[in-house]
Design a protein around this ligand. Structure first.
Ligand code: FE2
Ligand code: FE2
Length: 278
């Protein structure tokens, strides 16, 4: 029997090996685009996706804070941390597809373009992981060689019951934060002569603009359907479900390129530290 898109999503989520998961993500995205997977179907994903035995997952507080691009070891640590984020992003995109494929759970009508968009995100997250993994191997390491932090799935579990909350937090806070921090990483890698890694991060940054745009588009779709005003709704969902604070400085240019207006996030981000000379 031909699998549904929800079946494909569950298959990816239940694949433990990291490279196999990322490849499966790309495979099923291509199958959806080609029409080999035709129906959306319904899926009920597990609370947590399958993951490889390595890397060891540690509480976020136990992870080193600074990720400078200077030494080869610190570059490997940076690329490893980013690969881990991308592997989570693969699972997060298929989790959205599977979990909200059930109209009773989504509680808003989700047209086919919603699934097209999240399949595209899933495909690109798989590509991002595989590029970083290949780069780690070139540098003599590989995904699983270092510990990784275990905080990333929490926002998925916290928002599993509410599509608006999921979209408010995952693409519109976490992925938007990626837009803010990646340019400095790219500049640092280039300063240290690592153009191949910098080129991968630039490709990821450019794709992630699209992911933020997709998140915002469907967040506003949900709000429109529920008769909620999007900006105030977003601010209240972020205050409820996002455990951190929105950090400045923002990359206004990339956020604007995603159609994500400062009117959403500027009013609820704490002010930058005041100038001590004032
Ligand atoms: Fe990504
Ligand atoms: Fe993304």
């Amino acid at each position: 029997m031909t699998p549904t898109l929800a079946d494909a999503a569950i298959t990816v989520l239940r694949t433990a090996d990291a490279v196999a998961k990322a490849r499966a993500s790309r495979h099923w995205a291509a199958a959806w685009r080609s029409g080999a997977v035709g129906e959306i179907g319904r899926g009920h994903p597990d609370d947590r996706p399958a993951r490889p035995a390595l890397p060891a997952l540690r509480p976020p507080a136990d992870m080193p804070k600074r990720r400078k691009a200077g030494s080869p070891a610190s570059r490997i640590a940076l690329l490893h941390a980013l690969a881990h984020i991308e592997l989570n992003a693969v699972d997060l995109s298929w989790d959205v597809i599977a979990r909200f494929s059930d109209p009773e759970h989504a509680r808003v009508p989700l047209p086919r373009p919603f699934f097209d968009d999240w399949v595209q995100v899933a495909d690109e997250e798989g590509k991002h992981f595989l590029c970083l993994e290949a780069r780690l191997r070139t540098l003599g390491s590989g995904y699983g060689a270092l510990p990784a932090h275990d905080g990333l799935w929490q926002s998925s579990q916290d928002t599993a019951h509410d599509l608006a909350a999921r979209l408010a937090v995952v693409p519109m806070v976490l992925e938007a934060r990626g837009l803010d921090v990646t340019p400095a990483m790219i500049a640092s890698l280039r300063r240290h002569g690592d153009d191949p890694s910098a080129d991968i991060l630039q490709m990821i940054h450019d794709d992630e603009i699209g992911h933020v745009a997709i998140g915002k588009r469907w967040f506003e779709h949900v709000c429109a359907h529920q008769g909620r005003e999007p900006i105030g709704t977003w601010q209240s969902l972020v205050t409820t479900y996002f455990k951190g604070v929105l950090k400045r400085p923002f990359n206004y240019r990339s956020r604007e390129a995603a159609g994500f207006a400062a009117a959403y996030y500027d009013p609820i981000a704490p002010a930058a530290r005041p100038d001590r000379t004032a």
